[in-house]
Ligand binder design. Structure first.
Ligand SMILES: [Zn+2]
Length: 253
């Protein structure tokens, strides 16, 4: 045997396949991103703590201009949400017809100490749908189908109100525990639910930043960590194992 795909590569292929069957294209884009696509266009205010040096890897000595001609910096993207903006821009530039239905799995970076559940580099999956008829109930349907397919059993989700600058309303997404289905077990800490991601209706300012008229179109978006999904599904207890290159880990997948 000459080689073996890494569990993250396998998970990304599986995720793309699940979304593809629901009519979503897989897209990817730059990991080195300008401040506008990573923050401003996503309605993240200039004084938001996420922009802090503590949370974000800023690139020294690389400056560009943002859309208003102001000098702006570059970052290692802190989320895959930059692809929401880049995809909308591309649709508008190419004159492509909506709806937009994409998923974007990819690497993201946070300037934080590593431990069993945190890595400075990890993987996210982003989903974006923009159409005249986009609704919260469609969003729930797509997310439930996604988790059900990935974890191999029919699952429901529940939404808890939360704040993310790029969605309104915004929600934390909890997934029904795939192991106990709600009875309570060690995976879900006896609650029956697992906190798994964030979602919401795309903020009108974000549609506008992507060149789409929020009076005509609505969107929903969802994001969650791929590493965490793998850890949950296969019982991996330390995220660092996924990045160690240890073949005793990799060969189990
Ligand atoms: Zn459980």
């Amino acid at each position: 045997m000459n080689g073996h795909l890494h569990p993250i590569t396998l998970a990304i292929a599986r995720i793309s396949d699940i979304f593809s069957k629901m009519g979503f294209d897989t897209v990817d884009g730059p990991e080195l991103e300008d401040e506008w696509h990573n923050f401003d266009a996503l309605n993240v205010p200039a004084d938001h703590p996420a922009r802090d040096m503590q949370d974000t890897f800023w690139i020294k000595d690389k400056k560009g201009l943002n859309k208003s001609g102001k000098e702006a910096g570059y970052v290692l993207r802190t989320h895959t949400s930059n692809m929401q903006i880049r995809t909308m821009e591309k649709y508008v530039a190419d004159g492509k017809e909506l709806p937009i239905a994409i998923c974007c799995p990819g690497k993201v970076f946070r300037n934080e100490a590593t431990d069993a559940t945190h890595e400075a580099q990890f993987h996210q999956i982003e989903m974006l749908y923009v159409a005249k008829d986009a609704s919260l109930s469609m969003m729930i349907g797509v997310i439930e189908k996604f988790f059900s397919e990935f974890f191999g059993t029919d699952l429901v989700i529940r939404l808890r109100s939360s704040y993310f600058p790029f969605v309104e309303p915004g929600n934390e997404v909890d997934m029904q525990c795939f192991k106990c289905k709600g009875d309570g077990c060690n995976i879900c800490k006896q609650t029956g639910w697992i906190e798994i991601g964030g979602a919401g209706m795309v903020h009108p300012k974000v549609l506008e930043a992507g060149g789409i008229n929020p009076n005509d179109y609505r969107g929903f978006a969802f994001g969650c960590g791929i590493d965490r999904m793998i850890m949950l599904k296969y019982g991996v207890e330390d995220v660092r194992l996924l990045y160690s290159g240890d073949l005793r880990v990799v060969n189990q997948f």
